[in-house]
Design a protein around this ligand. Structure first.
Ligand SMILES: Nc1ncnc2c1ncn2[C@@H]1O[C@H](COP(=O)(O)OP(=O)(O)O)[C@@H](O)[C@H]1O
Ligand SMILES: [Mg+2]
Length: 205
């Protein structure tokens, strides 16, 4: 089994373990399907990505295409694009450096923003991912390795989740609630943080 496949399946396991949690969060400010959507997508990823594929870029591209076609909702195209854009950065590479991860996360975020037209502060997955990238970048520029950088990224992503509780949703389904979206944490910011935590644990193991 390739390392990239192993990491993708670990992300899928985390999402599956948190299926009800993510769905319950989405019940409060959306349509109660985020955990269901993501679990379906990652089951398909485990089936469609060849388990022995060593090319990280090719594996991420395949994962992204699979998420795009199986997750549905708003998050399917967004996560699908994120993995595909990260895959472009990693094309042909069989190992990932600390710098590679930064470039891949940067590309993933740019892809999400191009597709979803959201910025930071709209109560979406970006409120976890953008602070995570900033913290990761600062850490590795200060000499941290990938694991230590991811530790900082996860702290920032969790702070991002807390921040989503304090703001009004202005993108996606939750925006229909207006002020009533305050007090609830964003499901997508939560699944994004769970993803980063899984990668952190995988890298540090
Ligand atoms: N335009 C957007 N940009 C970034 N993330 C978004 C956008 N719209 C929605 N999201 C994310 O998608 C999540 C909802 O995903 P999901 O429930 O799977 O899709 P849907 O809202 O279509 O049911 C939200 O919690 C939010 O984080
Ligand atoms: Mg939903």
């Amino acid at each position: 089994m390739s390392r990239v496949y192993e990491c993708l399946t670990k992300i899928g396991e985390t999402i599956t373990e948190n299926k009800d949690f993510l769905t319950d969060l989405d019940r409060e400010i959306g349509d109660a399907d985020h955990g269901i959507n993501m679990t379906r997508g990652f089951h398909a990823v485990a089936e469609k990505v060849p388990s022995d594929l060593e090319d990280i870029g090719a594996a991420l591209k395949k994962a992204g295409m699979t998420l795009l076609s199986t997750v549905g909702g708003a998050s399917g195209p967004l996560y699908g694009t994120a993995y595909m854009e990260a895959g472009k950065v990693m094309a042909g590479k069989t190992e990932m450096t600390a710098e590679d991860f930064k470039a891949a996360l940067e590309a993933a975020i740019a892809g999400i923003q191009k597709r979803g037209k959201a910025v930071k502060g709209e109560k979406t997955m970006l409120d976890a991912l953008i602070p995570a990238l900033d913290a990761y970048t600062a850490a590795i520029e200060g000499g941290a390795d990938m694991g230590a950088g991811l530790e900082e990224a996860c702290k920032a992503a969790n702070e991002g989740i807390e921040f989503t509780k304090t703001i009004i949703a202005t993108k996606g389904r939750a925006s229909y609630l207006g002020e009533r979206s305050i007090g609830h944490q964003d499901p997508g910011a939560t699944s994004a943080t769970l993803t980063l935590e899984t990668i952190r644990d995988f890298v540090k193991a």
